[in-house]
Design a protein around this ligand. Structure first.
Ligand SMILES: Nc1ncnc2c1ncn2[C@@H]1O[C@H](COP(=O)(O)OP(=O)(O)O)[C@@H](O)[C@H]1O
Ligand SMILES: [Mg+2]
Length: 215
């Protein structure tokens, strides 16, 4: 992995469209690493800090300009890095985040079609050269992901909505998000591992284990 010294923890991020299986795998990965005697911090984006969770509510709930949406994502990320991620890594802990900057390239870039070069400016501004040590991209066909998300839809029209601004997007949006992830993974093949998540959990975990033992 990217030259991290022995005392610094590792930063692992989980990516993929809604319904791909990130939340399903995050606890398992954390346990695998804890079983090796490492301290693990599990976190998520957007969010991860009290301010970040407030920003998450706004971004997931309120209609806004794409630039505003992207800026808020990076504002929350700046706080997340400062308050949670960097201190934990410096203390030798491992950090596992359910989403990070690759999600901005996939959702705001792929999904909402903002130019990657514009996102890269904010990426550089907020995190410089800092990147995760390892990223799993859980990949499933968009119709499979939609089926898995099904249980989160409101029970009846007019019921309080269980889905957010992104989950309510159409399949074409999620196709672009998926493509956005795959393009990004092709650009950074050493860091980003595309995991076929359209199969049994045990089979997926066996592959995750192979990457975790060498990291
Ligand atoms: N490999 C899998 N096979 C079958 N169902 C799965 C698999 N992975 C996740 N699921 C189910 O799909 C749903 C969405 O998974 P979740 O982990 O919440 O996705 P995400 O966090 O990526 O949105 C959950 O009900 C979960 O139990
Ligand atoms: Mg989830």
């Amino acid at each position: 992995m990217s030259g991290a010294n022995a005392s610094r923890g590792r930063f692992i991020t989980l990516e993929g469209v809604d319904g791909a299986g990130k939340s399903t795998h995050v606890g398992w990965i954390a346990e695998r690493i804890r079983s090796r005697g490492q301290e693990v911090v599990v976190t998520r984006e957007p969010g991860g800090t009290p301010l970040g969770e407030q920003l998450r509510k706004l971004v997931l709930g309120e209609a806004m300009h794409i630039d505003t949406e992207t800026l808020l994502m990076f504002a929350a990320r700046r706080e997340h890095l400062e308050q949670v991620i960097q201190p934990a890594l410096q203390a030798g802990k491992w950090v596992i985040s359910d989403r990070f900057t690759d999600a901005t390239f996939a959702y705001q870039g792929g999904g909402r079609q903002m130019a990657a070069a514009r996102i890269a400016i904010l990426e550089d501004w907020v995190q410089g050269a800092f990147q995760p040590d390892l990223t799993f991209v859980f990949d499933v066909p968009t119709d499979v992901a939609a089926g898995r998300r099904g249980g989160r839809e409101p029970a009846s029209p007019g019921a309080a909505s269980a889905s957010d601004r992104f989950e309510r997007e159409n399949l074409a949006f999620f196709e672009r998000v998926r493509d956005g992830y795959l393009r990004r993974a092709a650009q950074f093949p050493r860091r980003m591992k595309v995991i076929n998540a359209n199969r049994a959990l045990e089979s997926i975990q066996k592959e995750l284990e192979e990457y975790l033992v060498v990291s």
